[in-house]
Design a protein around this ligand. Structure first.
Ligand code: ADP
Ligand code: MG
Length: 694
């Protein structure tokens, strides 16, 4: 039975009654190919058509269900070209109402005078009486009604695929699997968390009889989705801190105060608080697993530097992994100075170094002569061996997978781990992504920062914006112009950085120095361009999003983003974070060519706030969690039913259950957990390991 059901679920939707080639294509547009895809195409809303009313009870503005007799022949009235009204009088023993349909000539044929029907539609105030607009109707009969007298699901649909069709097909699909879906959740989990049966859940999420059904079904399905996700994430985490004996670094508070006094500015209160949390973790003998979240520019680097210094002062080495060479180099330059004052030796390890340079650095790391290494993923290569690695930091965490983090920590013996992210993830998501990490938040910017002024514009403003850019440059500032990816075949219409740079250099800004930066350039070249920009030898840097992460050029005050509608909000926020880093007022110009409501709303969010947490929450509300990270960046599978905002409480329970199950059966070897294990492997593992290194 089980094996059979699995095969059935994998079958094409063409095996469902009512789905032929043409309809299948329409379903494909919704991402629905298999029967499993179909039944997990959950309703996003419901219409309660179960509450039948008398005509005298109908109220303006509401959608209502009522029964009535057709009193008159349907009349036809052409209002203007392309708009014809079809109307009929309907009565019951309490009153009359007019039903109006637009452009639906067949209505004349299907409704019979004197017959009784059930109607459902929106009630509006008409010329003389109330009217019901475009009502759904069904002959009143004894049998069960399909579209009225009940709660009906509302699905995401597409052109030519109506709600009615989806409902019918869904019903047919559920009949195919009815009662035979297997429950992957162990019985004790279901009992403990009061979860309903999986078959009940599927039939009631689609066709509930009342609100209670929806609630139960939804709770069960959301729980399962989040539970599997948690298990998936937790079971690939090789670095579990559970009871592992770690390093207890020396309690050298006095020495650290001296270090802090040498950095040239006063820590913000948020930095102080986070540093205290880290210091406490480092001094305890438990393995530290801490995430530091802080908006762009909140000053995470210095906090990382303190932790590295503390590790070194206790006789250990520290490593910091960052996603790009540019960033590695920048961190290296700034840390070298701070550390140098205290006799701490910092080295850089990146892919573009020569063999000779590299082998020299590698041997110094192995001998312990180098105390701190800053590098890209070059750090996780096998040849890199440490003498006594005690602290591992990953910056801009979202660019790395769990596995890469683990590979670096395995180069020491239970080193402490610090993970830094500037992607301001709402706490709910942080809990999911970093299930077993403690979280510290730097929620304050260093003093004196002027918020970046942000404007969303369209092409009609180009001349004015160009003049503004020129004015800024003549005042000595620099500008970024960001374009969507180079060479992505599906984004042909998008401005490519290359073309834009050419046009800008030759036309709009021919009197200025324009530089180009994109991900496909050799590392050395990228480096050179970035250095020139940093030194002020380039006025305008046309770039793809490679500048998104971390780079620091305080003299740049203008961030212009072409086709801003193509970027996620979180990404726009990161890009904007590249300016506003110096004493001058900075500006962010977002060119939005999209007329869509969502695009407009998103631009509005960017104009109204510079708080990364607010932005990411808004982004999650406007779009799904997948899109929030951008497909390239997120390591999460798409969630089909859970909403990370509304379902926080369920998430907590699911997380607790996942931890409990792993405590009982670390590798999910027990019979009762085998189905779970299979499902996790199928659903999540590949995707989690897929997180790109950029
Ligand atoms: P991010 O959190 O984005 O990584 P950085 O660590 O790069 O931010 O810090 C941004 C800038 O702010 C740097 O130039 C850094 O020297 C400066 N900075 C950090 N903390 C403070 C502080 N407490 N007071 C003043 N400037 C600070
Ligand atoms: Mg940073």
């Amino acid at each position: 039975m089980n094996g059979d059901m699995k095969e059935i679920l994998k079958k094409s939707i063409k095996n469902v009654k009512g789905v032929g080639d043409a309809r299948a294509k329409l379903f494909h547009k919704l991402g629905i190919f298999s029967i499993e895809d179909l039944i997990t195409h959950f309703p996003y809303d419901y219409e309660d058509r179960s509450n039948i009313k008398k005509i005298c009870q109908l109220t303006e503005g509401e959608s209502c269900t009522f029964e009535g007799i057709i009193m008159s022949k349907v009349t036809e009235r052409k209002i203007r070209q392309g708009l014809t009204l079809y109307q009929a009088y309907i009565k019951d023993d309490t009153g009359t109402i007019i039903a109006t349909w637009y452009n639906q000539p067949y209505i004349k044929k299907v409704l019979t005078v004197g017959e009784s029907y059930i109607f459902y539609g929106k009630i509006v105030r008409g010329y003389k009486t109330l009217e019901v607009q475009n009502p759904v109707y069904e002959k009143a009969c004894k049998e069960e009604h399909k579209n009225t007298m009940k709660i009906v699901p509302v699905y995401h649909a597409t052109a030519n695929l109506t709600q009615n069709t989806i409902r019918t097909v869904m019903q047919n699909a559920l009949e195919l699997v009815d009662g035979n879906l297997e429950d992957v959740l162990p019985l004790w989990v279901r009992k403990k968390y009061c979860l309903c049966d999986i078959n009940y859940a599927f039939s009631n999420i689609h066709f509930p009889r009342n609100d209670g059904d929806i609630k139960n079904a939804r709770y069960r399905l959301v729980f399962e989705e989040l539970f599997l996700l948690q298990l998936g994430l937790l079971s690939v985490k090789t670095v579990l801190s559970d009871g592992k004996e770690g390093i207890a670094f020396a309690p050298n508070r006095k020495e650290m105060v001296d270090f802090i006094n040498s950095i040239g500015f006063t820590l913000t209160n948020a930095q102080k608080r986070v540093w205290e949390e880290i210091e406490k973790d480092m001094e305890s003998n438990r393995v530290m697993n801490r995430l530091v979240q802080g908006d762009v520019g909140s000053g995470k680097t210095i906090v990382a530097a303190l932790a590295l210094a503390k590790a070194v002062k206790s006789g250990y080495q520290g490593a910091m992994m960052v996603p790009t060479e540019i960033l590695a180099k920048q961190h290296y330059e700034s840390l070298k100075d701070i550390m140098g004052k205290h006799g701490i030796n910092v080295a850089l390890l990146v892919g573009s170094q020569t063999k000779k340079q590299r082998s020299e650095i590698l041997s110094k790391i192995e001998s312990g002569e180098v105390n701190i290494v800053i590098g890209t993923h070059a750090l996780i290569e096998e040849k890199v061996k440490f003498s006594k690695l005690g602290l591992v930091i990953t910056d801009e965490q979202h660019r790395f997978g769990v596995r890469q983090r683990a590979m670096l920590s395995n180069k020491g013996i239970n080193p402490d781990i610090l993970v830094m992210t500037a992607t301001p993830i709402p706490r709910t998501l942080a809990l999911i992504l970093y299930g077993d990490l403690d979280i510290s938040i730097i929620d304050e910017l260093p003093p004196g920062r002027k918020p970046v002024k942000t404007y969303a514009v369209d092409n009609s403003m180009r001349q004015r914006i160009n003049n503004f850019i020129k004015k800024q440059i003549l005042e000595g500032r620099q500008a970024y112009i960001i374009c969507p990816l180079v060479d992505e075949s599906d984004e042909i219409e998008a401005k490519s950085a290359l073309k834009t740079a050419e046009k800008i250099a030759k036309e709009d800004f021919k009197d200025f120095r324009v530089g180009l930066l994109h991900g496909k350039m050799p590392a050395g070249e990228k480096e050179e361009v970035m250095q020139k920009f940093l030194k002020g030898e380039i006025d305008i840097l046309v770039s793809t999003t490679v500048v998104e992460v971390g780079v620091n050029v305080p003299n740049a005050t203008l961030m212009v983003v072409e086709n801003a509608e193509r970027f996620g909000l979180a990404q726009l926020h990161q890009l904007r974070g590249r300016v506003g880093r110096g004493p001058h007022q900075s500006y962010c110009i977002l060119y939005n060519e999209s007329k869509s409501q969502i695009a407009k709303e998103r631009m509005k969010v960017m104009q109204e706030t510079t708080d990364g947490f607010v932005i990411s929450e808004k982004d999650l509300l406007i779009r799904g969690p997948g899109e929030f990270f951008g497909t390239r960046q997120h390591g999460l599978p798409d969630l089909k039913i859970a909403n990370l905002y509304r379902d926080m409480e369920i998430l907590k329970k699911a997380q607790e259950a996942a931890q409990e199950i792993l405590k009982r059966d670390r590798n999910l070897f027990m019979e009762e957990n085998l189905k779970l294990k299979e499902k996790i492997a199928e659903k999540f593992i590949e995707k989690i390991h897929d997180v790109s290194l950029n």
